[in-house]
Design a protein around this ligand. Structure first.
Ligand code: HEM
Ligand SMILES: *[C@@H]1O[C@H](CO)[C@@H](O)[C@H](O)[C@H]1NC(C)=O
Ligand SMILES: *[C@@H]1O[C@H](CO)[C@@H](O)[C@H](O)[C@H]1NC(C)=O
Ligand SMILES: *[C@@H]1O[C@H](CO)[C@@H](O)[C@H](O)[C@H]1NC(C)=O
Length: 493
C-alpha cells in the first residue's frame, strides 16, 4: 500500500473515532443535568482551574444552576450545590446518594479495608464500631474529654515557653491534634519531639497539600495516566506508608500485651472484636483492616481540626473584639482557676456561635468527599445513572445567600438570636450530611471547644502586622481550604 493511502485511512479512522466519541457524549449528556461541553477522554479539563477547583465549581453553579454535569476525566459526574438541593440529595434521598464514590488520592493507597473509602456491609460495621469506640464504649478509664484536656495543657505549656516571640502555629497545632487521635488509637500521646509524631504530622500535612493542589486534582481525574508521570503526587504512597508502619509497630506491641478485660484504646478494642468474630467467614474485622482504619481516622482527624484552629486564631487576630468577648464569657462561666469542660458549652453561646461561624467561614473541606449513586434515579427532572460520581459542593451551602445575609463577612451573629442565645442554621454542613456524615463530628466539636477555650483562657494572640493587613482568603482550595500563612506572638493574659 502506498504511503499516502495509509495516511488517508489513518485520518478517516481518527475522524470517525472522534465523531463516535462525540456522539456517545451527546447521547450521554442528553438526559443528564446541563453542563459545559467536554472533549473525549480529557472531559472538561480545559474548563477547570486545577489549582483552585472550588472557584471553578462555584462559577459553573452561577452559569448552570444548582445541579450540573461536569466531566472530571473521561466520565460524567454531577455537582450538587446550595442547601436545598444538597438536602434533597444527601438527606431526603439518603439511600441513593449515600454511597462513597471513587477517590483515587485515598482509595489507591488505603484501599478497600478502611471506613471512608469502602461501601456496603464492611463500611457499615467498621463505621459503627469506630463511632462506639470514639464515644468511649469499652475503652479504658480515661475519657475522650480527659484526653483532649491533657493535650491542651501540654500545648499551653509549650506556648508559654515561646515567651512572646513570633511563632508559626502550623506545626504546634498539628502535633497537638495528632496526639489527641493517637492517644485514642494507640493509647498514648507522644512527646512533641518524638520522631514518630513528626513523621505522622509531616506526612499528613504533605499529602493534604498535594491532594489540594493541581497534582491531586489531576490524579483524581486520570489516576492511571498519572501513575506513569513524575511529580509530587508520587510521594503520596510513601506518606501513607509511614503512618501504616508506625501503626503496625503499635499493633504488634498491643497483641503481646492485650488484656481482653481492660482494653486501653482503639487498637485493643479492635483486637478483641477480631477475636470475637474469628469464626465468621466474612467478618469486617480482620488483621489487614486494623491499620487501614487507623490510617483513615488519623488522616480524617488531624489536618481538619488543626486547620480550623489555625484559621480561627487568624480570624480572632483580625477581629480582636470577638476574641475579647469570648474571653469575657470564659471568665464569667469558667473563671481563671479551673480548666473549661464540655459541661460549660451550653452556658457559652457566644463562644459556641463563634466556633460554628469558624466552621462555616473557613469551610475546610469545601467539596466534601465524593459520593456516588447507588442506583439510577431521577433528580429534579434529570436522570442520573447508577454509579455516577456526585460532588457535594459544601462551599455553596456555607456561602448560600438564601441562608446568610452577607456570607463573605465573618459574623458570629449568624448563629445567635436577638437574645444572644445560640441559634441553629440549617445551611451548616461542614461535616457534610446524611449517612456518610463525618464520623468524627462529635470528637471534632469537643476538640474545637476545649482547645479554643483553654487557649483563650491563658493567652491573647497578636499578629505581626496590623489587623487591617491580615488577609483571610484561602490560598488554596481543593480537598481542603488552606488559610494564608502567618506568624503571631502568644502573650499570656
Ligand atoms: C473540623 C473537623 C472535621 C471536618 C470539617 C470534617 C469533615 C468531613 C467531611 C466533609 C467528610 C465527608 C462526608 C461525606 O462523605 O459526605 C468527612 C468524612 C470522614 N471524617 Fe471527618 N471531618 C472533621 C474531623 C474528623 C475527625 C476528628 C475524624 C476522626 C475521628 C474524622 C474522620 C472522618 C472519617 C473516618 C470520614 C469518612 C466517613 C465515612 O465515609 O463513613 N473527621 N469528614
Ligand atoms: C487559578 O487559580 C489560581 C489560584 O486561585 C489563580 O492564581 C489563577 O489565576 C487561576 N487561573 C485562572 C486561569 O483563572
Ligand atoms: C491556664 O490558665 C488557667 C487560668 O488562669 C490556669 O488555672 C491554668 O493553670 C493555666 N494552664 C496552664 C497549663 O498553665
Ligand atoms: C509554617 O510551617 C509550615 C509547615 O512547616 C510551612 O509550610 C510554612 O511555610 C510556615 N509558615 C511561615 C509563615 O513560616
Amino acid at each position: 500500500m502506498e504511503w499516502s493511502s495509509t495516511l488517508v485511512l489513518l485520518v478517516i479512522f481518527l475522524l470517525s473515532f472522534i465523531i463516535l466519541s462525540y456522539m456517545k457524549i451527546l447521547k450521554e449528556k442528553s438526559t443528564l443535568p446541563p453542563g459545559p461541553m467536554p472533549i473525549p477522554f480529557l472531559g472538561n479539563l480545559f474548563q477547570i482551574n486545577t489549582s483552585n477547583i472550588v472557584s471553578t465549581l462555584m462559577k459553573l453553579k452561577d452559569k448552570y444552576g444548582p445541579v450540573y454535569t461536569l466531566y472530571l476525566g473521561p466520565k460524567p459526574g454531577v455537582v450538587i450545590c446550595g442547601y436545598k438541593a444538597l438536602k434533597e440529595a444527601l438527606i431526603d434521598q439518603n439511600d441513593v446518594f449515600g454511597e462513597r464514590g471513587d477517590y483515587p488520592v485515598f482509595h489507591n493507597f488505603i484501599g478497600d479495608h478502611d471506613i471512608g473509602f469502602t461501601n456496603g456491609e464492611s463500611w457499615k460495621n467498621r463505621r459503627r464500631f469506630a463511632l462506639l469506640t470514639l464515644r468511649n464504649f469499652g475503652m479504658g478509664k480515661k475519657s475522650i474529654e480527659e484526653r483532649i484536656l491533657e493535650e491542651a495543657h501540654f500545648l499551653i505549656k509549650e506556648f508559654k515557653n515561646t515567651n512572646g516571640s513570633p511563632v508559626n502555629l502550623t506545626v504546634y497545632l498539628a502535633r497537638a491534634i495528632a496526639n489527641v487521635i493517637c492517644s485514642i488509637l494507640y493509647g498514648n500521646r507522644f512527646d512533641y519531639e518524638d520522631k514518630r509524631l513528626l513523621a505522622i504530622t509531616a506526612s499528613i500535612y504533605n499529602n493534604f497539600c498535594i491532594m489540594s493542589s493541581t497534582w491531586g486534582t489531576l490524579y483524581n481525574m486520570f489516576p492511571d495516566l498519572m501513575e506513569y508521570l513524575p511529580g509530587p503526587h508520587k510521594k503520596m504512597r510513601r506518606n501513607f506508608q509511614d503512618i501504616y508502619d508506625i501503626s503496625a509497630d503499635f499493633i504488634k506491641h498491643h497483641e503481646k500485651t492485650l488484656d481482653p478485660k481492660n482494653p486501653r484504646d482503639y487498637i485493643d478494642c479492635f483486637l478483641i472484636k477480631m477475636k470475637e468474630e474469628a469464626d465468621i467467614a466474612d467478618s469486617s474485622f480482620y488483621a489487614k483492616s486494623l491499620p487501614r482504619t487507623i490510617q483513615n481516622l488519623i488522616f480524617g482527624g488531624t489536618e481538619t481540626v488543626s486547620t480550623t484552629l489555625r484559621y480561627g486564631i487568624l480570624i480572632l487576630m483580625k477581629y480582636p473584639d470577638i476574641a475579647e468577648r469570648i474571653q469575657e464569657e470564659i471568665d464569667n462561666v469558667v473563671g481563671r482557676n479551673r480548666s473549661p469542660s464540655i459541661a460549660d458549652r451550653n452556658k457559652m453561646p457566644f463562644t459556641e456561635a463563634t466556633i460554628y461561624e469558624f466552621m462555616r467561614f473557613c469551610d475546610v473541606i469545601p467539596i466534601s468527599l465524593p459520593h456516588s449513586t447507588a442506583k439510577s434515579t431521577v433528580f429534579r427532572g434529570f436522570s442520573i445513572p447508577k454509579g455516577t460520581l456526585i460532588t457535594p459542593l459544601l462551599t455553596s451551602v456555607h456561602y448560600d445567600p438564601e441562608y446568610y445575609t452577607d456570607p463573605t463577612k465573618f459574623n458570629p451573629y449568624n448563629f445567635l438570636d436577638e437574645k444572644g442565645l445560640f441559634k441553629k442554621n440549617d445551611a451548616h454542613m461542614p461535616f457534610s450530611a446524611g449517612k456518610r456524615i463525618c464520623l468524627g463530628e462529635s470528637l471534632a466539636r469537643m476538640e474545637l471547644f476545649l482547645f479554643f477555650t483553654s487557649l483563650l483562657q491563658n493567652f491573647t494572640f497578636k499578629p505581626m502586622v496590623s489587623k487591617e493587613e491580615l488577609e483571610l482568603k484561602p490560598t488554596a482550595s481543593g480537598l481542603g481550604s488552606v488559610p494564608p500563612e502567618f506568624k503571631c506572638c502568644i502573650l499570656p493574659r
